[in-house]
Design a protein. Structure first.
Length: 360
């Protein structure tokens, strides 16, 4: 089944379970899922269902899967299906497993060869992937390849990984990888740099948060449970999981290239978003909310009226600079990506890909 057809078929399962939840009313959402009514995630041909570990919720999923099987003819593969329970469900473990007839699974589960962890991945976690890379390279070493042929083999991979660097440089002079990893139209060979690619992918996630991408359930979850009344620009980079902290640290690299065009201001944070020339106001004027009597969670629209700035009187000498260098108000408010001359990020979102470029 193609990925597109799989998505369409899984949409039918979503609607069936959603209807059962609305009709029965006994379903309990998983922790930090109720506010956005999240109970299902799908990727490729894998399906994840979430709920609290109680019999009513498990029975509802069982009924949903049965109804879906009768409608589509597709049934869950019991040999590959697992029920993962938290420690708090120990007393009802056997009962819950008997309802679905699934095998018991344990965390962390592996997905695409890597364990799903909130903590930092270790070398041991990545060992299965590294072994596959080693096996692939050993297969290449037994074949007589020209320089162009070797380049063609490693282009789909990330060349700066030490194993691939050693393979490519074997028998040749040392290679200037920083230049080789540029795009073809910039004089390189189009070989991907693993660090640049990783920064680009994380930047893409940041961009979706910055632009409030309503089509992403992940972004919706981030605003509901991670950011809450804060902004991606001012939330602490010390809290959260390892992956989240790594992504947050990229915001200072992105900030010079983000352009805020002010409109109604309902989707921008007055104190936290860098719409002002000085950046987030809460960082420049920590006492601003107190001196202006404007709540720290207020949207930018609080100080806009009839397409004009409408700031309250500010008597504090430190905070009065807030009203200086105010941008022009437009009809529509947007966030855009505007790389300067010689910028590190050379492609417009959402396809952010970090590439090293020499100043022009």
């Amino acid at each position: 089944m193609s990925p597109f057809l799989f998505v369409l078929v899984m949409e039918a399962l979503t609607l069936i379970i959603q209807q059962l939840i609305e009709q029965n009313g006994g379903f309990s959402y998983h922790w930090k899922c109720e506010a956005i009514q999240l109970f299902q995630l799908g990727f490729a041909d894998d399906l994840l269902l979430f709920n609290r570990a109680d019999t009513d919720s498990i029975h509802l999923f069982k009924d949903g899967l049965t109804a879906f099987a009768e409608l589509s003819g597709l049934q869950a593969n019991l040999a590959k299906s697992h029920l993962i329970l938290s420690r708090s469900a120990g007393a009802s473990r056997d009962t819950l497993l008997a309802i679905l007839n699934f095998q018991e699974g344990h965390l962390p589960i592996r997905y695409l060869g890597l364990p799903l962890l909130a903590s930092r991945l270790t070398i041991a976690d990545c060992q299965p992937i590294l072994q596959k890379i080693d096996a692939r390279i050993k297969g290449w070493e037994g074949v007589m390849l020209s320089f162009a042929g070797g380049t063609h083999q490693i282009r789909p991979f990330c060349s700066t990984e030490k194993r691939l660097r050693n393979f490519r440089e074997r028998g040749y002079a040392k290679i200037a990888w920083q230049k080789v990893c540029r795009l073809v139209n910039e004089g390189g060979l189009g070989i991907r740099d693993i660090q640049a690619l990783n920064r680009g992918l994380m930047s893409r996630h940041l961009w979706r948060i910055i632009t409030h991408d309503s089509t992403s359930i992940w972004v919706t979850w981030i605003f509901q449970y991670r950011l809450q009344n804060y902004s991606i620009w001012t939330i602490s980079a010390r809290a959260g999981t390892w992956g989240w902290r790594k992504m947050i640290r990229l915001r200072d690299t992105l900030r010079p290239y983000i352009r805020y065009q002010i409109g109604e201001g309902t989707s921008f944070s007055l104190w936290h978003d860098p719409w002002h020339a000085r950046g987030p106001l809460i960082l420049q004027f920590p006492s601003g909310p107190r001196h202006t009597s404007i709540p720290i969670s207020a949207p930018l629209s609080t100080v806009i009226w009839d397409e004009s700035w409408a700031w309250p009187p500010i008597t504090d000498m430190e905070s009065v600079d807030i009203t200086h260098d105010l941008p022009t108000i437009h009809v529509d408010g947007t966030v855009s990506f505007g790389p300067d001359r010689g910028a590190r990020f050379h492609q417009l979102p959402p396809m952010m890909y970090s590439a090293h470029r020499d100043p022009q």
